[in-house]
Design a protein. Structure first.
Length: 266
């Protein structure tokens, strides 16, 4: 059941190493994610960020010491192929932003790291997803304040003269609240399921996002562009299925080993 209790913020928790690390990764992910979205279309956005899977596999091997199977490599190859097709078609249409693609790849890196270290923080700090999300957002508010000042965004807001405009504050508060809900839902899903399940839901969201973007903005996309999009999504879904199968086989081996040990004792 969902907890409706009002959570309190503790400075010691905000400054703890696991929470602070996730907060930094979350801030970097959010910044590069928004910058990518500024430079590329919403429909191409999910292709630009498709390297999340690649970085997840790399960091799982380096940080979590997980073995990478040939099937996983094949899934990664599918994602890279789809990414290259999508970039090529975006270039052919004259709408390719190299900086936007690089921002998307950078965002993918931080998304993968954020997922891994969110799981670690939930396990190490023994806190629920709501409390973790609250502390991450408090930290991120301060972490993002300095870049906002240095890049001139704060001065731009002051020059716009919209600080007294209720519409500006409603839109700002609503986007912040929705961002909090997204972060909380992601942390809760990772906590109760696994990063793989979270990956499946993310790719489902990407499909809906691309379809809605093409419909809302009346974008024209070539058949090859859609082929690249489909190849990326097929690679991501295939990876999820492969990892689920590998985890199931690993669990079965553990159960068989325990049963064998018990039978030998008897």
């Amino acid at each position: 059941m969902l907890s409706l209790q009002v959570q309190s913020v503790h400075l010691s928790t905000c400054l703890s190493k696991p929470v602070l690390l996730v907060s930094v990764l979350f801030s970097l992910m959010l910044s590069s994610n928004n910058y990518c979205l500024k430079l590329v279309g919403v429909a191409f956005f999910q292709i630009a960020r498709s390297f999340t899977l690649i970085f997840t596999v790399i960091f799982s091997a380096l940080i979590l010491k997980k073995r990478v199977s040939c099937a996983v490599f094949a899934c990664c190859a599918m994602v890279v192929s789809g990414f290259l097709i999508g970039v090529d078609q975006e270039k052919a249409s004259g709408t390719l932003s190299t900086l936007g693609v690089l921002s998307g790849v950078t965002s993918s890196l931080f998304v993968a790291l954020n997922g891994i270290y969110t799981k670690r923080a939930l396990d190490m700090e023994e806190m629920d997803s709501v409390k973790l999300t609250l502390h991450i957002n408090v930290n991120a508010s301060f972490l993002l304040l300095f870049p906002s000042v240095l890049t001139g965004q704060v001065s731009n807001i002051l020059e716009m003269g919209r600080l007294a405009d209720p519409t500006f504050w409603v839109a700002t508060l609503l986007s912040g609240f929705l961002g909090f809900l997204i972060a909380w839902a992601s942390a809760r899903q990772i906590d109760f399921t696994s990063p793989i399940t979270h990956h499946i839901s993310n790719n489902t969201k990407s499909i809906i996002q691309s379809l809605l973007a093409v419909w809302v903005f009346s974008d024209y996309k070539t058949g090859l562009w859609w082929a690249g999009c489909v190849v990326v999504l097929l690679g991501a879904f295939s990876y999820a299925l492969v990892r689920m199968r590998e985890e199931r086989m690993s669990s079965e081996k553990v159960v068989l080993a325990v049963q064998s040990e018990r039978s030998s004792i008897v």
